[in-house]
Design a protein around this ligand. Structure first.
Ligand SMILES: Cc1ncc(COP(=O)(O)O)c(C=O)c1O
Length: 427
């Protein structure tokens, strides 16, 4: 065991999982590449869990951070903060939510925790609807709405959560139905649950489930849900922690795949917007955001240095149309991976959109999840010089591919070739 690994094991929690039989120490990055402490270079198709959104060491972000660090890093929300106001205005305007208010946090967990606080206070209800196979964070409240056994270390919860069908299109009791019938069945399930419970505060859903293995419903499910929720006054929270900022290519926000319903009442975000600096946040209609009747504060939320990074990152993303790049390059990549998968009996499905692509692996000739194969492909890809992720609900059997949104066609080709070799060496 190398020294850093044994020190890690000696002092950090056992449940803090590391990838790879021989864990990696990443020491630096540039563009879509990273290097480890042994000097090996990798193409990065996971971006530190979808967080390096534009590129590693993007000069615009590096400059903004170092210049801001030389002026002031933090003053707290007790004082006016120009970068935070600038960022809030941009995020509010991009959200599509009328008369939006923005509250910055330091993580996706804290963003969802805030959304739950707002929704439960606004609706005076502690009942929440969530999706099966969901993940929303690691805190006590967000674990309570996470429909994924592998990420639920306790069943204790301040909330009463009811799990709704629909986040996974190709598994579960409605998988055999066509899209329209699938949506109808999920809506019936939702109506049925609402007949048996006290009025919930909100439905929270990831438009594409991240930790769950990049699964999603047919387009339009959340619009159909929205009609039912509206009849009860139940709020819709879109968790855009993984799907926001154009990653899905076709849309700036994942919820827009359900656009006929208009924007959600609350949107949460984190990960990519800071390109690695800790930015999370909540966007909500003013009447919802302002419903709290006591003070609330996040000491580090919206601090000048993270906001400077976020503004530079967002400006780069928009000015270089990285959403369009995700659509074009992601489209090529998914097609290439689908043609490889068609020849491999262990690949059950290649799914996703833009630069958010999942490959679900099964034992050949069965529909049984194959987490060992997923782990083997991860290792083989690393050997070949490519970093990817994995995920999944009942078992970790889906590969997750989510490179920085500035990925070039040549890099997509190179990564797909490495992945093809890794898949062929496993099956
Ligand atoms: C959809 C989703 N929501 C919330 C979170 C929690 O974010 P964080 O790890 O920043 O607390 C994650 C993290 O993976 C996520 O994928």
């Amino acid at each position: 065991m190398n020294d850093l690994y044994s020190r890690h094991r000696g002092v950090l929690p056992d449940w803090l999982a590391l990838y790879y039989d021989e864990p990696l120490e990443i020491t630096h990055g540039e563009g879509r590449h990273v290097w480890d402490s042994a000097g090996n270079k990798y193409l990065d198709f996971f971006g530190g869990i979808l967080t390096t959104m534009t590129a590693h060491a993007l000069p615009e972000v590096t400059k903004a951070v170092s210049e801001q660090a030389g002026r002031i890093i933090h003053s707290s929300t007790l004082y006016l903060n120009r970068p935070m106001v600038d960022m809030a205005e941009r995020v509010a305007q991009l959200s599509g939510i009328p008369d939006a208010r923005v509250f910055f946090t330091t993580s996706g967990t804290e963003a969802n925790d805030t959304a739950l606080l707002l929704a439960t206070a606004y609706r005076r209800s502690n009942t929440v609807l969530a999706m099966r196979n969901s993940y929303h964070g690691r805190s006590f409240s967000t674990v309570g709405i996470t429909g994924n056994r592998g990420w639920s270390p306790t069943s204790l919860s301040p909330l009463q959560t009811l799990y709704v069908h629909g986040g996974v299109r190709t598994r579960g009791p409605f998988a055999a139905l066509d899209d329209e019938a699938f949506i109808d069945a999920c809506v019936e399930d939702l109506k049925d649950i609402l007949g048996h419970t006290r009025p919930p505060a909100a439905l929270i859903a990831e438009p594409i489930q991240g930790v769950g293995g990049f699964t999603s419903p047919p387009d339009g499910l959340y619009a159909a849900f929205r009609d039912v929720l509206n009849a009860y006054g139940i709020l819709w929270i879109a968790d855009e922690v993984q799907t926001g900022w154009g990653r899905t290519g076709e849309h700036f926000w994942g919820w827009q795949a359900h656009a006929q319903s208009g924007p959600p009442d609350i949107v949460t975000f984190a990960k990519g917007i800071g390109n690695g600096m800790s930015i999370g946040g909540v966007i909500a209609r003013a009447d919802i955001m302002n419903c709290l009747d006591a003070n609330s504060i996040s000491t580090f939320g919206g601090t000048q240095i993270t906001m400077a990074a976020g503004l530079a990152n967002l400006t780069y993303l928009v000015e270089h149309d990285l959403q369009g790049n995700a659509r074009r390059v992601g489209g090529l990549l998914i097609e290439r991976l689908r043609s490889v998968a068609a020849q491999l009996p262990g690949v059950r499905e290649v799914r996703g959109r833009g630069l958010m692509i999942g490959i679900e692996l099964v034992r050949p000739g069965t529909d049984e999840a194959d987490p060992q194969a997923a782990a083997a492909v991860l290792e083989a890809a690393r050997e070949g010089g490519l970093l990817i992720g994995k995920g999944g609900g009942h078992s970790t059997s889906a590969l997750r591919i989510a490179p920085p949104l500035s990925l070039t066609v040549a890099e997509a080709e190179e990564g797909a070739a490495i992945l093809e070799r890794a898949l062929r060496s496993t099956y």
